[in-house]
Design a protein around this ligand. Structure first.
Ligand code: TXA
Ligand code: MG
Length: 325
């Protein structure tokens, strides 16, 4: 007897076992899955029907392609053509938070790649999800599981809340990294970072790979459709400070504020700032109807390109109302 998705939902209240998740995915359903970075909204990469459900559920524009999650390097080579540099990087950083954009082999639905001639490939570092991919027997697309306009989820509960328990979720515990993977593309032997993440430019350069350190330009944006879309900015205003004095001047008794910094500051509203907890803090601030989130971006934070990128995107207020990633 095969379990019907509806009965799984009513039995489990949204959380599913590895076996149930496998069955649901094979039936072209969408399942929330854990990774070391953020939770993903998974579907069979080879099924156009399943992939389209991901775009529908998430409310994602169809011109923003998805990452294909594989369980091994050989599995990645079924879908994309990895050159010498990509192989070096995959050997060093997989499984892990690095996504490689490479020419594809033409065996995935156009909906996955948004009609581009490249595919984004990643082998996540989470045992449950690597098992799941092997059990389903095929790669899984998995954009970050936030509905467009929400911060990426870093716990199974975030995913359940975001979709009002209508999407089944495989609980793999809180994400250890907390921000999305580094997305790169090798062009003429040189590495372009399309999205910063836990694998840093220095990590890549330490392997002798030249890293293009030009700031993001229109050219980069053309290479990475996701950079055209704004990320989540909470309802609370996010204000960034590079020194304690300026932050101190902005602290007010009359406003509902949260202060975020790496080292403890003497405010009752203080919360620890880290990549692992940033998205959860943004969610909390909105749940508590905070007016302002004051963030100390000291030298330590400024050297963390992934954290700085997400903070800057969260602090953009000028482009509210545009499409979301
Ligand atoms: O950590 C992660 O990467 C998470 C977890 C779930 O694995 N996934 C994730 O997916 O962040 P998503 O869809 O939210 O972000 C994928 C990014 C987007 O910016 C997209 O534009 C870019 O990767 N991307 C996907 N395919 C691409 C391609 N062929 N060329 C350039 N950029 C691509
Ligand atoms: Mg995303």
């Amino acid at each position: 007897m095969s379990l019907k998705p509806d009965s799984i939902l009513s039995l489990e209240g949204g959380l599913v076992t590895l076996e149930q998740a496998t069955l649901l995915l094979r039936n072209n359903e969408v399942v929330g899955i854990p990774t070391e970075t953020v939770y993903g909204l998974a579907a069979r990469a080879q099924s156009d029907v399943a992939v389209r459900k991901v775009f529908d559920v998430k409310g994602r524009p169809p011109d923003n392609p998805l990452i294909v999650h594989v369980h091994s390097l050989d599995h990645a080579r079924d879908y994309g053509i990895l050159g010498e540099v990509e192989l070096l990087l995959a050997h060093r950083f997989w499984p892990g938070p690095l996504t490689l954009v490479v020419p594809h082999r033409g065996n995935l639905p156009r909906s996955v790649t948004a009609g581009l001639d490249t595919v984004a490939l990643r082998m996540p570092q989470h045992m449950l999800t690597l098992d799941l991919i092997a059990k389903v027997g095929e790669a899984l697309v998995a954009p970050s599981a936030n509905p467009s306009g929400r911060p990426s989820p870093t716990t199974a509960v975030h995913v359940l809340e975001d979709y009002h328990r209508r999407i089944p979720v495989l609980d793999g515990g809180p994400c250890t990294i907390g921000v999305e993977s580094t997305v790169i593309r090798i062009v003429h032997g040189s590495c372009m970072i399309l999205r910063p993440g836990a694998v840093t430019a220095d990590d890549i350069a330490s392997l002798g790979v030249h890293v293009d350190t030009e700031p993001m330009t229109e050219g980069h944006a053309a290479h990475s459709p996701g950079t055209r879309y704004r990320h989540y900015a909470p309802t609370a205003r996010v204000l960034l400070f590079d020194n304690v004095q300026d932050l101190h001047h902005a602290v007010s008794d009359t406003k509902r504020q949260v202060v975020l910094s790496v080292s403890q500051l003497p405010y009752t509203s203080w919360r620890e700032l880290s990549a692992a907890t940033l998205y959860a803090e943004l969610r909390n601030a909105d749940a508590l109807a905070m007016e302002e989130i004051l963030v100390l971006c000291d030298g330590f934070v400024q050297r963390d390109a992934a954290l700085m990128d997400r903070l800057q995107r969260a602090s953009w207020s000028g482009n509210r109302g545009q499409d979301h990633d």
